[in-house]
Design a protein around this ligand. Structure first.
Ligand code: ADP
Ligand code: MG
Length: 677
């Protein structure tokens, strides 16, 4: 028997062909209704088996054409198709004159049996003309459309499912690719020279380049090695090629995206039977994150060690200074005013005072200072010193502040946080000699495990973030690692002490906080300080006493040999409406007083200064104006000062470093009292 199979699916055609040929049939094939129609006309089949849904001409229309062609209409016609519309497909098929509607898939045995029945039935009943053909064309079209529509819907659903599956698999792939931090390469070696290299696909994730890019450009691998590490890598490669040493190397590479990554390259040799090196495999692992954590840990340990050392030295050093200053002061007191050696003693005392200031800084860095922490709103602290900070910067620097909309209550010593801001702002000013923008920001920050993992520090919880950002010269990597070290400075001698950031670091640590630096050379620097928020509401938090209101029209003589102290004191006093006259030593203080005697209302005198100390200058000045008021400041502990006679006389005294609000309050208090002392 000659059978025509019409089906657009080649696999289905093949299956059916096998099944029919096994039973001795001769098979003709067509992939759609149009081809089927042609084949039916030319091939003379005795049975047509057709699929329902096919391109060009589908099975139903194919059947209609067959039944309308006089010479073909008698050929038995069987649908062999999947069903899309329940029984509707079958009904339509049979109504159009099909002899049977068989549903895909049917077992070969059963299929053959059904086909035989059809053929047999047809043998008896020569012409099977359409019996129940839908009367109206319209009716036919309607049924037909239903079937096509549901087939389409099915296809769309299938496509959608496939698309979703693809999307999911793409996501899985990119997650996988993103998490791959290792790959393998192989180098073939001949006579101690590399002849070819092939990179595993993981190289894309680690280096950004594809295996093809590596094979197209043999020099790529070498160029990718960071310049600073090339020599070491070259040396190690030579050792590997000579078969001498297969120790892993760790070095930096430049990823295709321009970032620097750290990798560890572990070579494993392959030898031939004679023990000659024929190739080696290398395992390349991205160890950037590891390196970062390592560096942070090393840094933290170093700071801890330096802090302990500095704190310890500072403590002993303080005692030594107490002795130097004590005996020096005794010596000075017993010297006559015109003693030719007097100048030397004054120099010793002035130097000792500078040393005391440094020691004070070291004590802060070593977290050895006494704090007075209270619940305070960080925003209030910033607001209260903003004006003073603005005074510290030069005119061509624009200062912006952006404070969080919510209260940020922390447990802190407000005066210490002032100090942090003063030091950071001073540094920012120095980093912007040609002007720029300084931004002070506060915001709430949450530390979670993700944060801790990426930063390498912290404990989970709510923090208040204080950032000071400038658009200055920035820091290079080497400097960045060292900025918090005591005495680390890049400033010229006399300009910087290298203690500013050490003090900041010490204060932040003593507040259980964290500090980090972000910087890009030439673009600027950002210091970020995280201080733990506490639960107390801001109502419970003590209001940060606002700096006193302006108190104008008074003139104050400020005498101190330290320029930086004079600068900040002047800035503070001027901000609050006072006029300031400066003097750099005791002699100058007397001279300046003489010059401006009718307008000076108060003396602010450093106790230890060259060329007349504070007390001596004061003693001379009261001869000129017995009613003049005075306030002394000193870097020494109280008992040392006593010997200087300041406290004995009940004079006003503040110990350095003097917090801005403390100084202003004292100045106002003294000016108000109207008393001499
Ligand atoms: P000092 O200011 O006395 O040098 P610091 O401890 O305050 O000491 O700062 C140490 C060093 O850190 C500075 O000398 C400078 O090189 C660098 N530095 C600090 N802050 C900044 C900044 N905002 N921009 C650029 N460099 C900075
Ligand atoms: Mg500084």
């Amino acid at each position: 028997m000659k059978v025509l199979i019409v089906d657009d699916n080649a696999k289905d055609r093949k299956l059916l062909r096998l099944c029919l040929e096994k039973r001795g049939c001769q098979v003709l094939e067509a992939a759609d209704g149009e081809a089927g129609l042609e084949m039916a006309g030319s091939g003379g089949p005795e049975l047509i088996i057709s699929d329902a849904m096919m391109p060009k001409l589908d099975g139903f229309n194919f059947l209609r054409k067959i039944k309308r062609a006089p010479q073909l209409q008698t050929i038995p016609f069987v649908f062999y198709s999947a069903v899309y519309c329940g029984s509707k497909d079958e009904e339509l098929g049979l109504a159009l004159g099909a002899d049977a509607f068989l549903i895909k898939p049917t077992e070969p045995e059963e299929l053959w049996q059904k086909l035989s029945e059809v053929v047999e039935r047809n043998g008896r009943n020569v012409c099977q003309l359409p019996s129940g053909l839908p009367a109206e064309e319209e009716e036919y079209l309607k049924r037909y459309t239903d079937i096509v529509t549901s087939k389409l819907e099915e296809k769309v659903a299938e496509l959608e499912k496939a698309r979703q599956e693809l999307e999911r698999s793409e996501q899985r792939y990119s997650r996988l690719l993103g998490s791959v931090t290792d790959y393998i390469y192989t180098v073939q070696v001949k006579n101690g020279r590399p002849v070819s290299t092939s990179h595993g696909p993981g190289c894309l994730a680690v280096t950004g380049y594809t295996p093809e890019e590596y094979s197209d450009d043999p020099g790529l691998w070498y160029r990718m090695v960071s310049e600073a590490d090339r020599e070491a890598v070259e040396r190690q490669t030579a050792l590997v090629l000579s078969g001498e040493d297969f120790t892993p190397v760790e070095h930096r590479i430049i990823h295709k995206d321009g970032r620097i990554r750290w990798i560890r390259n572990t070579p494993v040799p392959r030898y031939d039977a004679k023990g000659k090196l024929t190739a080696y495999d290398g395992l390349v692992s991205d160890i950037t994150d590891l390196k970062k954590l390592e560096e942070k840990l090393r840094h933290a340990q170093k700071m801890e060690a330096v802090g302990q050392l500095a704190g310890g030295i500072a403590h002993d050093f303080n005692n030594i200074l107490t002795a130097v200053i004590g005996y020096g002061s005794l010596l000075e007191m017993h010297m006559k005013g015109d003693d030719p050696l007097r100048h030397n003693v004054e120099q010793i005392l002035a130097a000792a005072e500078r040393a005391a200031t440094l020691t004070q800084g070291l004590l802060v860095f070593g977290r050895k200072q006494i704090l007075n922490p209270k619940p305070v709103n960080l925003n209030d602290i910033v607001r209260s010193v903003e004006k003073l900070l603005a005074r510290l910067i030069t005119e061509d620097i624009e200062m912006k502040s952006r404070l969080a909309g919510t209260d940020l209550v922390i447990m802190a010593d407000a005066g210490q946080i002032d100090q942090v801001l003063i030091n950071l702002v001073t540094n920012a000013r120095d980093a912007m000699p040609d002007g720029g923008v300084l931004t002070i920001e506060t915001e709430p920050a949450k530390m979670d495990h993700e944060f801790i993992k990426t930063h390498g520090y912290g404990i989970p919880g709510n923090f208040a973030l204080l950032s000071v950002t400038d658009t200055g010269v920035g820091l290079d990597e080497q400097t960045r690692l060292r900025v918090f070290e005591p005495f680390f400075t890049t400033k010229e001698v006399g300009k910087g002490t290298g203690l500013g950031l050490s003090i900041v670091y010490g204060i932040v640590k003593q507040h259980n906080g964290y500090i980090s630096v972000y910087s890009e050379q030439g673009k600027g620097t950002a210091f970020k300080i995280y201080l733990p928020q506490i639960r107390a509401s801001v109502l419970e938090a003590e209001a940060v006493a606002p700096l006193p209101a302006r108190d104008g029209h008074r003139t104050i003589l400020v005498a101190d040999d330290d320029t930086e102290v004079r600068n900040i004191t002047r800035a503070l006093l001027e901000e609050y409406g006072y006029e300031v006259v400066e003097a750099a030593d005791g002699d100058e203080a007397v001279a300046m007083f003489n010059k401006h005697r009718d307008r000076i209302d108060l003396l602010l005198l450093d106790v230890v200064m060259p060329r007349k100390n504070g007390k001596e200058a004061y003693d001379e000045i009261i001869k000129l104006n017995p009613d003049i008021k005075a306030l002394f400041f000193s870097g020494y502990t109280a008992d040392v000062i006593k010997r200087k006679g300041v406290e004995e006389e009940g004079l006003n005294l503040l110990t350095k470093p003097v917090a801005p609000r403390q100084l202003l309050n004292k100045v106002r208090e003294i000016l108000k009292k109207g008393a001499r002392k």
